[in-house]
Design a protein around this ligand. Structure first.
Ligand SMILES: [Zn+2]
Length: 155
């Protein structure tokens, strides 16, 4: 009796929901642990346990976890959006991507405008600096007076 209890408590989520004994070679057990009953519940509700079992048998063992996660994702999407399912999510993401690409194009255009304005402002500043260098010979007077001002306190 105690052994049966421990065996039933170690049943996978699929076997618990289907109310059957979970065998050591249960195809659901590696992918539907008993601590996550919702995962199998939604997959079973949308695809049916028999179809999920047939799908998993056809999939190589190393890819079964990905297949189960894909089925769970698709089932969840189908329950949330019965008409479009995953396609609804794809369309929504494509629409967002188009909007973001549009925004990105606007931002890149503004960056290019600012870069052009900045380079023209830098060119103007450069020509102003060139003008300052050419007129430096006229401005040496104040530089010559500065040391005098510094020494003027000793006078
Ligand atoms: Zn099982």
């Amino acid at each position: 009796m105690r052994g049966q209890e421990s065996r039933s408590s170690s049943s996978c989520a699929a076997c618990k929901l289907l109310k059957r004994r979970c065998s050591p070679d249960c195809i659901f057990a590696p992918h539907f642990p008993s601590n996550d009953p919702l995962k199998f519940a939604i997959v079973h509700k949308v695809f049916g346990a028999s179809n999920v079992s047939k799908i998993l048998i056809e999939v190589p063992i190393e890819l079964r976890e990905d297949a189960v996660n894909t089925l769970a994702f698709e089932a969840d999407a189908r329950l949330k959006d019965p008409v479009y399912g995953c396609f609804g999510a794809v369309v929504l993401l494509q629409r967002k991507m188009t909007e973001l690409q549009h925004d990105l194009a606007i931002v890149r255009s503004r960056i290019a405008q600012f870069a052009a304005a900045s380079s023209s402002a830098a060119a103007a500043a450069q020509s102003f600096t060139d003008f300052g260098h050419s007129s430096q010979s006229y401005c040496q007077g104040p530089l010559d007076h500065e040391p005098i001002g510094e020494f003027s306190q000793y006078l």
